[in-house]
Design a protein around this ligand. Structure first.
Ligand SMILES: Cc1ncc(COP(=O)(O)O)c(C=O)c1O
Length: 456
């Protein structure tokens, strides 16, 4: 046996063996390991499909946690990855630079809302948010203002699972157990237009929804380090779509009070809402912008926090301690940056924004039909996002038993849909076939029919 052979059995396990290894050793995210069913054993990806170890072809109808926009195992992304791996797989990013990170920073700042010229890399959505919070917090202190000890964030918001991101998050069922460890956050109202009689989604926000942000800033503005929002759609909070007037109102309030606005576009960025960035729907340019998820087309963990020159300049000093002393081992990983650049090229060449517009128009009548179903409380859509909220809503929220039941019913139809409690959402890669779109809406209707008979 050669030295190479001696290592091979460990990596060349048959499917049953690796599934057993998973059961024995792996602790899965967002999973009650005692009661959850066995995880889906996925062997391969192919376009909008995941191929299970037992050969089933399962439609990835949620883009693998909202990251995949061009489909799985995309030949061009594979080639970009291999090409970069042959050149430079990784190098530390403090004191070193490389072409993929430089070119990607240039591309991101060119595509982002105006004024976001500086790009700080990190690893995932949560760390992009941590970096934004730290930038806002320290920029005040670097300028000599030590009064800023609060953040303002929205009800129903979700920004990730690290401590700063959890603190600003507004979905109690995710993070309440850690609440004693959080920094100070004031919670502002977020629009749920579908619950407010007479206020249609997307209509001028007659309820003055952004008013509580304004009120907090009136009252405590001199203590606020930054206001943080998920622009246009609060994803994990239940795919809650906002009217653009809300974001415009929040932006106007932050400008009046001289407080930075952080737009968390980790979910909404890269076309998901029908614009490159959701802020564009409202014509808003934030001071800090967080991106991740679809940045690499769903291939590799990479994130970026984009900042204005004014925030960047607050860190320039002869004192080294005024620098942003933040970084990760894999900051600006060249493989991830090269794949992100190729993903953006595909985005342009395959006219992804137009495709998202087509999807939005195909979703609209299907959502309208589902809205008539007696089990449905509300439907919501924007870009390549479709959501169906069931009655009764708001009881156990994310931890509603309905979620796992629905998941199982969809999986029985070879569809990977993973409802957020009683909110079913469909969020496909942009290249999904029209026939598959129709199949998903038909399946949602059929599962609602089953729901009528009660769920076990
Ligand atoms: C708006 C938003 N921000 C941040 C995050 C956290 O991203 P990650 O899971 O990559 O840490 C998410 C994840 O769903 C998100 O939707």
């Amino acid at each position: 046996m050669t030295a190479r052979d001696s290592t091979e059995p460990r990596v060349r396990l048959a499917a049953e063996d690796w599934i057993a290894a998973d059961r024995r050793h792996v602790w899965h995210p967002y999973t009650q390991m005692k009661t959850a069913p066995a995880p889906l054993a996925i062997a391969r990806g192919e376009g909008a499909y995941l191929i299970a170890a037992d050969g089933r072809r399962i439609l990835d109808a949620i883009s693998s946690w909202w990251v995949n926009i061009h489909g799985h195992a995309h030949p061009r992304l594979n080639a970009a990855l291999a090409e970069q791996a042959g050149r430079l797989e990784h190098v530390l990013f403090a004191g070193c630079a490389h072409e993929p990170a430089a070119r990607l920073a240039e591309e991101l700042s060119r595509r982002a809302p105006a004024g976001l010229e500086r790009v700080f890399y990190s690893d995932d959505g949560s760390t992009a948010v941590e970096v934004a919070l730290k930038m806002a917090w320290q920029s005040w202190r670097n300028r000599g203002d030590t009064r800023r000890d609060l953040f303002v964030a929205l009800a129903h918001g979700y920004h990730g699972d690290t401590f700063g991101a959890m603190a600003v998050g507004g979905v109690a069922s995710f993070h309440a157990v850690f609440a004693p460890l959080f920094c100070a956050v004031r919670r502002a109202h977020a629009p749920r237009c579908f619950e407010e009689p007479g206020v249609a989604e997307g209509s001028p926000c007659s309820q003055g929804c952004s008013g509580t942000v304004e009120e907090i800033l009136e009252r405590e503005g001199e203590r606020v380090a930054a206001v943080l929002v998920e622009p246009m759609v609060q994803g994990a909070g239940g795919m809650l779509v906002q009217p653009p007037e809300f974001l415009r109102g929040v932006r106007a309030a932050t400008l009046r009070h001289g407080v930075p606005l952080i737009a968390d576009e980790v979910f909404t960025g890269f076309g998901r809402t029908g614009r490159m960035f959701a802020c564009e729907h409202a014509g808003v340019a934030p001071d800090l912008l967080c991106v991740s998820k679809a940045l690499t087309g769903g291939y590799l963990p990479l994130a970026a926090t984009l900042a204005t020159e004014a925030i960047y300049e607050a860190f320039l000093s002869d004192a080294r301690g005024r620098a942003l002393l933040h970084g990760h081992s894999f900051t600006a990983n060249p493989l991830a940056c090269a794949v992100a650049l190729e993903s953006l090229r595909i985005f342009d060449e395959e006219r992804c924004l137009e495709r998202v517009g087509v999807l939005e128009r195909r979703f609209a009548p299907a959502l309208a039909a589902l809205a008539e179903h007696p089990a449905v409380a509300a439907v919501r859509g924007l870009g390549a996002i479709a959501a169906v909220e069931l009655r009764p809503r708001g009881t156990a929220g994310y931890l509603s038993e309905l979620g796992p039941w629905l998941y199982g019913r969809f999986l029985a139809r070879d569809l990977l849909l993973r409802p957020l409690g009683d909110v079913i959402y469909f969020l496909p890669p942009y290249m999904i076939d029209d026939a598959d779109v129709d199949r998903v809406f038909t399946a949602i209707g059929a599962v609602l029919g089953e729901l009528e008979n009660g769920f076990a």
